[in-house]
Write a protein that binds this ligand. Structure first.
Ligand SMILES: Cc1ncc(C[n+]2csc(CCOP(=O)(O)OP(=O)(O)O)c2C)c(N)n1
Length: 558
């Protein structure tokens, strides 16, 4: 079939069943935008390309589909990079499409030229720049295949303008093969047997679940393994939600802002089963002192993760779901379900004493109380995104996640401005569940213009700003480690978030108590427009407990 490059691109996207593209046009991508007008694919216009990438990412994390974002060449394309890097560090499958100057101009510093292949390589799983119309369908097919299989991640298609406008005979492949790219990692039965034996014989097993558990939909299998060996389950920030956090074996997040239970028990564990996690510095604290007394079994789909940060005793390169399924089968062959152990009793006692402490803390409008109240008023399937900073850590500590894929946060890149556009992406993917962004004032200001997208495109979400008029997390570090020398952290009282929301046609509310908060959230869930709830909190409030950077997990403050 003869067609233009632009048409070949859009038809290829349709064949991948792309329903929505988040983007913003410009000169070098206009041929594609022109074809898009006649396509069934919905286009959602952003006000800044960074948000397009975050929306595609939030869409992907909520729905397990691949998200798509699009921008023009040069500044449009480079504006996507922060969002692409965010998706890269959290293994989120997105395909980013950028326009490029015409092939005859590449390398000549043409108007709005940026070497996107060069710029994007370190933060993508793969980058393509098709130079012939005929290559477009196979490129798109490969891009979606690479983005969504194995360890997922972002893929870039940088498409020169003349290739969009040229035409040629094209064929749409049903399947593609990518040379040297493997996705068929299955668990080695011998290693599974060995892992089962180690776990069955351990007295103090602990499971560390990472984002890989959520990506491979392995929550159920994880829970079954944990229940069989009575192992407490800690998660990394990215693994939050891989086990319901009200499960008796759940001990919350581990690491810098981890729960006391998780950070203490890891020291006593004699076997650590780490699944789909990469032992990031925020998770392990000082590496030499991380789980010092335990054998480590590591399950991961990415061979490059094995031994990268932490040496392991047994590595199983596999999809997490398949490995945990096999492990469960192997365990139940030899092990009858454990009822109670000294280890599980200890866990129970720890949880009970800790609970009493947090319930009794003083003032009215504190972040822990707000986040617990938020859990109370939201249904279990509601999706919560976060920004970055104290708000993110309060949410990870106090908002109990009950289902996988309902907690969406920038874990690896720690990207302020992520949560709001990601919430719009998530709501686009799953319109019938409430979506709430837990924000800091600083972060929200980075992508607040997505209010325009959310209102004009009818994608209502709730934004809760834990408003300390500060770059709170930086202020906390200055308070704790720089002798209260506050440098460049005060944001002042601007803007008035209530008025800001109203200026965009959204709803703006300011609340003064937990009851008002509760009411405001409930109202927002019924509202047809986005609601921004400004929650003034004390600027001196710290997120505790905390392990200072570079210290070991037992050196907890607070
Ligand atoms: C894009 C970006 N710039 C800077 C930082 C460094 N940083 C980390 S947390 C933080 C403060 C966040 O402030 P705010 O969004 O108000 O949240 P709070 O900590 O007050 O809850 C900053 C500046 C970052 N993570 N991302």
């Amino acid at each position: 079939m003869r067609m233009s490059g632009a048409k070949a691109l859009v038809e290829s996207l349709e064949k991948e069943r792309v329903e929505v593209i988040f983007g913003l046009p410009g000169g070098a991508i206009m041929p594609v935008y022109d074809v898009l007008l006649d396509s069934k694919v919905r286009h959602i216009l952003v006000r800044h390309e960074q948000s397009a990438a975050h929306m595609a990412d939030g869409y992907a994390r909520a729905s397990r589909k691949t998200g798509v974002c699009m921008a023009t060449s040069g500044p449009g394309a480079t504006n996507l990079i922060t969002g692409i890097a965010t998706a890269h560090l959290d293994s989120s499958p997105i395909v980013a499409i950028t326009g490029q100057v015409s092939t005859s101009q590449i390398g000549l510093d043409a108007f709005q030229e940026a070497d996107m292949i060069g710029i994007a390589s370190p933060v993508t799983k793969y980058s393509f720049q098709p130079r012939r119309v005929e290559d477009i369908p196979v490129t798109v097919k490969k891009a979606f295949h690479i983005a969504s299989t194995g360890r997922p991640g972002p893929v870039l298609i940088d498409l020169p303008k003349d290739i969009q406008m040229d035409s040629a005979e094209v064929e749409f492949p049903m399947k593609v093969e990518v040379r040297g790219y493997r996705t068929d990692y299955k668990p080695d039965p011998e290693k599974i047997g060995l892992a089962a034996e180690i776990l069955a014989n351990s007295e103090r097993p602990l499971i560390l679940a990472g984002g890989g558990v959520i990506l491979s939909d392995a929550s159920e299998e994880l829970q079954k393994v944990a229940e069989t060996i009575l192992a407490p389950v800690a998660t990394s920030l990215m693994g939050k939600g891989s086990i319901p956090e009200d499960h008796p074996l759940s001990i919350g997040i581990i690491g810098m802002h981890g729960s006391k239970e998780a950070n203490r028990l890891i020291y006593e564990a004699d076997t650590l089963l780490a699944v789909g996690c990469r032992f990031s510095d925020r998770t392990t604290g000082k590496l030499d002192e991380f789980c010092p007394a335990s054998k480590v079994i590591h399950i991961d789909i990415d061979p490059a993760e094995i031994g990268k940060n932490r040496c392991v005793d047994l590595a199983i390169i596999s999809d997490a779901k398949m490995a945990l399924e096999a492990l469960y089968r192997a365990l139940t062959k030899t092990l009858t379900e454990k009822k109670d152990t000294a280890w599980s009793r200890k866990l129970k006692e720890m949880k009970e004493t800790n609970n009493v402490k947090t319930e009794n803390s003083g003032r009215d409008l504190t972040p822990p109380k707000i986040l617990k109240e938020l859990r109370r008023v939201l249904p279990p399937e509601a999706i919560v995104t976060t920004e970055v900073g104290q708000n993110q850590m309060w949410a990870s500590l106090y908002f109990k996640v009950l289902k996988p894929r309902t907690f969406i946060t920038s874990g690896g890149f720690g990207c302020m401005g992520y949560g709001f556009p990601a919430s719009i992406g998530a709501k686009t993917a799953i319109p019938n569940v409430p979506v709430v962004d837990v924000a800091g004032d600083g972060s929200f200001m980075m992508t607040e213009n997505s209010l325009a997208t959310s209102v004009t495109e009818n994608i209502p979400v709730t934004v809760i700003i834990l408003n300390n008029r500060m770059l709170g997390m930086v202020a906390q570090w200055q308070r704790l480690f720089y002798n209260r020398r506050y440098s460049a952290v005060s944001l002042g009282d601007v803007p008035d978030f209530q008025k800001l929301a109203e200026a965009y046609g959204a709803e703006g509310l300011r609340i003064g108590s937990v009851e008002e908060f509760s009411r405001a959230v409930k109202e927002s869930l019924k509202s047809e427009v986005t609601t921004v709830i400004d929650v003034p909190i004390d600027p001196e409030e710290n997120v505790l407990p905390m392990v200072p950077a570079g210290y070991s997990l037992k050196d907890v403050i607070g």
